[in-house]
Design a binder for this molecule. Structure first.
Ligand code: PLP
Length: 375
């Protein structure tokens, strides 16, 4: 029997056995105490991972559903300042243009955001700010706390995509002044794809749009979540909720602080390997920006194609990500999300090191450098 490939992507990520088995249950009435308890368990843990005491709802849909819900409910008809330094910032900006007036504050993908221009936009009346905390497409961590400070100073609403940071890196939504935050189930939580959670602050509820989408009307989610037992407005993806509850139980057992430290250590190991190989991490940073701890983006060496790099790795049963859009062929990305631990990291780095050497590059001992971090 062929082994399953090892997914070292920035989502989806391999799911622990307990999480997979949790989905294999008979159908459950979603208007019941049993489902209400599942929903409540998930919400309790997720609030911790978001760093929030705000309302939190779980949508049956991927991360993008939550992005659209955020903008449609709180950005409708508004002036929206959209910070963009990668694909997902760009996506939020495009959604903003559908529902309000989007002012793109663009930087090259993987380079620092222009916070001065953000301040200018806010002075000129921007009412909503959108930010991707962990820009997966470019491996850069954006300065959410700084953006939150600026946004609050001008009394605007702060919508933050935490889709690939929440549950794997430190997020303090309340302390940072985030009004609306989102996470995707298939990322750091290591649950199946198909659910997204969204938190909403009191000041955001006060400014919710009068005209809202039907399926993604967050006021309806809030109303139903306030019932005893908790409910969703429409039939939820119950098997995914069951799996998410198990994934949340694992987060609780590990402890969030430990989980974040583990993610950081795994990313540190990948970065140490990149350095030892003599390759270049793709993002350029300033004092406010950092490398992502859940997705490391590396420039593909000159003369090497995406296939030269990722082909041999795939042949060994390990799937890493390439670049997206104009970064196709320019970078490769290794996810360090979810249940990831030393064996997967070392195997992945060994496969990448093999591909680099196979191409004729004389690279240093990246695997050894990573082992030093992990040992
Ligand atoms: C930062 C970020 N935001 C949003 C998304 C979109 O999430 P989904 O594919 O679950 O819709 C992704 C997916 O990779 C992401 O990395």
């Amino acid at each position: 029997m062929e082994n399953e490939p090892l997914l070292m992507l920035p989502g989806p990520v391999p799911m622990p056995e307990r999480v997979r088995y949790a989905m294999m249950q008979q159908a459950m009435n979603h208007r019941s105490a049993a489902f209400g308890a599942v929903y409540a368990d998930c919400v309790k843990t997720l609030k911790t991972t978001f760093g929030t005491t705000n309302d939190l709802s779980i949508l049956s849909g991927s991360g993008t559903a939550a992005m659209e819900a955020a903008v449609a409910n709180f950005g409708k008809g508004k002036q929206i300042a959209s910070l963009v330094n990668g694909k997902f910032g760009d996506r939020l900006c495009k959604i903003g243009a559908l529902y309000g007036t989007s002012h793109e504050i663009a930087s090259e993908w993987g380079t620092p955001l222009n916070l001065d221009l953000l301040a200018e936009n806010l002075e000129n009346g921007a009412e909503v700010v959108t930010l991707v905390h962990n820009e997966t497409s470019a491996g850069i961590k954006n300065p959410a706390a700084e953006v939150g400070k600026l946004t609050r100073k001008h009394d605007a609403l702060f919508i933050m995509d935490g889709i690939t940071s929440i549950g794997g890196d430190l997020v303090e939504a309340d302390r940072w002044g985030v009004d609306v935050a989102m996470v995707g189930s298939q990322k750091c939580l290591a649950a199946p794809a198909g659910l997204a959670a969204i938190s909403v602050s009191e000041r955001a509820w006060e400014r919710i749009a009068d005209q809202r989408p039907f399926y993604l009307d967050l006021a309806a989610y809030r109303k139903n979540a306030a019932k005893t037992p908790m409910e969703t407005p429409y039939t939820p993806a119950v098997p995914l909720f069951l799996a998410l509850r198990e994934a949340c139980a694992i987060v609780e057992e590990e402890g969030l602080t430990h989980r974040i430290a583990r993610h950081t250590r795994m990313a540190d190991a990948v970065r140490a390997a990149v350095k030892a190989w003599g390759l270049t991490l793709f993002p350029t940073l300033d004092q406010y920006h950092a490398y992502s701890n859940t997705a490391t983006a590396v420039s593909i060496p000159d003369g090497m194609t995406d296939d030269d790099l990722r082909g041999p790795v795939k042949k060994m049963g390990i799937i890493i990500a390439g670049g997206q859009d104009h970064l196709k062929g320019k970078i490769f990305r290794i996810g360090t999300m979810g249940a990831v631990s030393a064996p997967e990291i070392l195997a992945t780095l060994a496969a990448v090191q093999y591909a680099l050497k196979k191409h004729g590059l004389e690279v240093g001992d990246g695997v050894g450098a990573a082992a030093e971090v992990l040992g």
